[in-house]
Design a protein around this ligand. Structure first.
Ligand code: SER
Length: 326
């Protein structure tokens, strides 16, 4: 079994790689090769028991997708994207990587003919929702009128996924990630990223400068849950997948003030200040909470972490990381 991870240098791609190598979620005996693709060469452990190949390039170039598909990977995790804040500022880049990248990948797979049918997991986002969707418990089938380049491009990707499934039978499955919080590496350019940065500031005894308003609630998820959901969706039998655009996925919801209060339980002198920027306008149009009943019913999705359990692990792990680098 060959695995291809697009976005392999990113926060989620790296965690996915480490889980596959730890043989936790996918039986590594069956994995013969892992290819990591990103705009830069992705780091990977040198003593890995599974051969790892890293490739770098621009996924919006169809030649690049075609080259990646030539080795006929059996499982493809498509995580490569320019996220919300960055895509608003560099919208050519955001549109090209997110839309042309996804379409180019699906088209490269299709052009190999019917005998090649890999399992593809395409990751979408809560950014596909806009102000026509209910803000709380946003349903799976809510109207999509995204307000950002990122959201528009992810909505297009979801529709391409459904199109290639319906018209050509490509087994593309998809989930709408909420904000993902992990300690392994730093995210870049997202609206939900404050919820990662805040833990780093706490552990480094710095005052945290928050670019969202104190009461802006957003849907979030701990990295371990996010990666597990991605693998569980990939492993789910084909007959259980009833949604071919993208599944809603929920973990927890909180505001900057709520995460701040949770951190303060361990760091009583921790301080936050608010310097609101353009990402507030993005966050205001996103859901506050998500209804993920279809994912729960179709493939048994269930999150394990809440704000308290995630905060405990984030602070413990970051303390270890910063103590090592001191
Ligand atoms: N984490 C993403 C962002 O903030 C949302 O999916 O852009």
């Amino acid at each position: 079994m060959k695995i291809l991870i697009l976005g392999g240098a990113g926060m989620i791609g790296q965690k996915l790689l480490s889980l596959i190598l730890q043989k936790k979620e996918i039986k590594s005996k069956k994995v013969s090769e892992i290819t990591l693709f990103d705009i830069i060469n992705a780091p990977y452990p040198e003593n890995s028991s599974i051969p790892i190949i890293t490739k770098s390039g621009d996924i919006s170039d169809p030649k690049v997708s075609n080259d990646l598909i030539l080795s006929k990977p059996d499982i493809i995790f498509h995580l490569a994207a320019i996220v919300s804040g960055q895509a608003e500022q560099e919208f050519d880049l955001g549109w090209n990587i997110n839309t042309r990248g996804s379409w180019g990948l699906f088209e490269a797979i299709r052009s190999q003919g019917d005998s090649y049918c890999p399992r593809v997991v395409f990751t979408s986002s809560i950014a596909v929702f806009g102000d026509k969707a209910p803000l709380t418990k946003t349903p799976q089938s809510a109207f999509l009128n995204p307000s950002t380049v990122y959201g528009i491009s992810k909505a297009a990707g979801e529709n391409w996924a459904q199109y290639y499934f319906t018209k050509y039978g490509l087994d593309i499955r998809s989930i709408r990630y909420p904000g993902i919080i992990g300690y392994q590496s730093m995210p870049g350019g997202g609206t939900t990223d404050y919820a990662v940065d805040i833990y780093h500031s706490a552990v480094k005894n710095e005052v945290f400068s928050c670019f969202l308003d104190s009461e802006t609630k957003l849907p979030m998820m701990f990295m371990n849950d996010a990666v597990r959901s991605t693998i569980e969706l990939m492993k789910s039998p084909i007959e259980n997948i009833n949604t071919r655009t993208s599944y809603n996925l929920a973990g927890m919801s909180f505001s900057p003030n709520e995460i701040y209060k949770e951190i303060k339980k361990s760091y009583p002198s921790f301080r936050i200040e608010y310097k609101i920027d353009f990402r507030q306008t993005i966050a205001d149009k996103w859901p506050k909470s998500i209804d993920d009943n279809e994912a729960r019913n179709d493939w048994g999705w269930k999150p394990k972490y809440n704000l308290t359990s995630m905060t405990f692990i984030m602070l413990e792990k970051l303390k270890e990381i910063y103590n090592k680098t001191d």
